[in-house]
Structure formats: C-alpha cells, structure tokens
Ligand binder design. Structure first.
Ligand code: FMN
Length: 214
C-alpha cells in the first residue's frame, strides 16, 4: 500500500514538474498603449532586432491583443474567425522552448524545450529576435479529421484568419514600441516536423516579434 502511494506521489510530482514548465502570464493591460490612429500611423515591418526578450507583461499584452478572448461569455476573440471555427493555433518560439498559447487560461503550454526560432524562418533576423509566432491551422477544429483530403480552398479562410491575427500583432507592436514582421518565408516541412504537427495541422504564417535595432 505504502509502495503504491509512493508510486502515485512520484507520478504527481513528475506531472507537476512538466506542468511547471508552462508559463503563466499576468493579466493583459487593456487600458495602455497609443491611440488606434497613432498605432496605424506607426505600423511597419522590421528586419533587424536586438537580443533583448519581452517582459512577461509585454508577452501577455501581445498574445491577448493578437488572439485573446475579449468576450468571455461567448469565448470570442480579438480577431474575427470564419464560421467562428477558431482553428488558428498560435505557437510561440522562445529561447526556452516552443509553447502553445491557451486563450482560455491566457497562458503558454510548453510543447518542447527546443529553441526553434531559427527553424521558423529563412532570414537571419529570426534567430535572435525575442520570439517568433507560428500560426497553425488545426483543420480538426474545422471538421477535417486526419486522413480527410484538405485542399487550398479549405485553407483559404485560414490564411485570412491568420492575417487578421497578424495585423493585431502589428498594431500592438506599434503601440508598445516593439517591432515585428509577418512572414511567408518558412521552411514548412522542417518546422512541422520539429513542432510535431499532425497531418491535418497546417503552418499558415509566421511573425517575428522583438526589440527593433534602429
Ligand atoms: C502575407 C505576407 C507575407 C510576408 N512575408 C515576408 C517574408 O517572408 N519576409 C519578409 O522579409 N517580409 C515579408 N512580408 C512583409 C512585407 O514585405 C512588408 O509588409 C512590405 O514590404 C511592406 O512593408 P511594411 O509592412 O513595413 O509596410 C510579408 C507580408 C505579408 C503581408
């Protein structure tokens, strides 16, 4: 009996140590920032970044602005989504690992502990910028189980959905004096392998975020 409870205690501790690598975020600051018109005026793409990371508050504000829940009762989000499938999963490649943004708990779930920033792109600036977002369409959420044929017309809406999230990121970055750039240059096959994606999960776009080198 004693042996059995030790076994369950060990399992509990292992479970919690994995859980402990997830990142909990402070509440987003929904009152700060520049005016919308100022942010639009300053929106631009950057291709050179310093090594400096984002603070937890900046990360929280960025992810919420991008694709957070803004109507809790309906679980609806800061970006529109065709048919409200909400099939775009937002992954975050950080120096400490790859994470999946969980909107319900506004937290980051660790997927693996590899620094995949370099693998998210083909241009040099992706390597040292604070983070790279990867927008993945989980077609399972749009009724396409693994094994069902998926063609371009199925993904058409996902490209639009991801682009709306990317524009939110642009506006947040302009507002917070950060830099970003949305990217189609992604070694998709290699990255999908490193991310451990299923056959019905498609990489749509990536977006580099960090402190611009001016
Ligand atoms: C769908 C999409 C994909 C893009 N892919 C890349 C890319 O792979 N690499 C890159 O350097 N810029 C990329 N860009 C950024 C554009 O080159 C950039 O938006 C354009 O030059 C206009 O500059 P601005 O964003 O500063 O207004 C992409 C933009 C969009 C909308």
């Amino acid at each position: 009996m004693k042996k059995l409870s030790f076994f369950y205690l060990a399992l509990f501790l292992i479970g919690n140590s994995v859980f402990a690598q997830d990142i909990s975020l402070p509440a987003p600051d929904k009152k700060g920032g520049k005016t919308l018109m100022q942010a639009l005026n300053e929106r631009q793409s950057f291709r050179s970044y310093t090594d400096e990371g984002l603070t937890k508050q900046q990360m929280s504000d960025l992810l919420w602005a991008a694709w957070g829940i803004n109507r809790t009762d309906q679980k609806k989000r800061t970006a529109a989504s065709a048919m409200n499938y909400q099939e775009i999963d937002m992954y975050v490649a950080l120096p400490t690992g790859l994470y999946l943004y969980i909107a319900e708990s506004h937290s980051l779930k660790m997927i693996n502990n590899k620094d995949l920033r370099k693998t998210t792109g083909t241009q040099g600036y992706v390597n040292n910028a604070a983070l790279n977002l990867v927008f993945v369409a989980d077609m399972g959420k749009a009724g396409k189980r693994e094994g069902i044929k998926i063609d371009d017309s199925d993904l058409f809406m996902s490209y639009a959905n991801a682009a709306l999230i990317a524009q939110n990121v642009y506006l947040y970055c302009a507002s917070a004096e950060l830099g970003c750039i949305v990217r189609g240059s992604i070694p998709k096959e290699k990255l999908a392998l490193e991310m451990g994606l299923k056959s019905n999960q498609y990489i749509i776009l990536a977006q580099t975020v960090g402190h611009p080198r001016k």
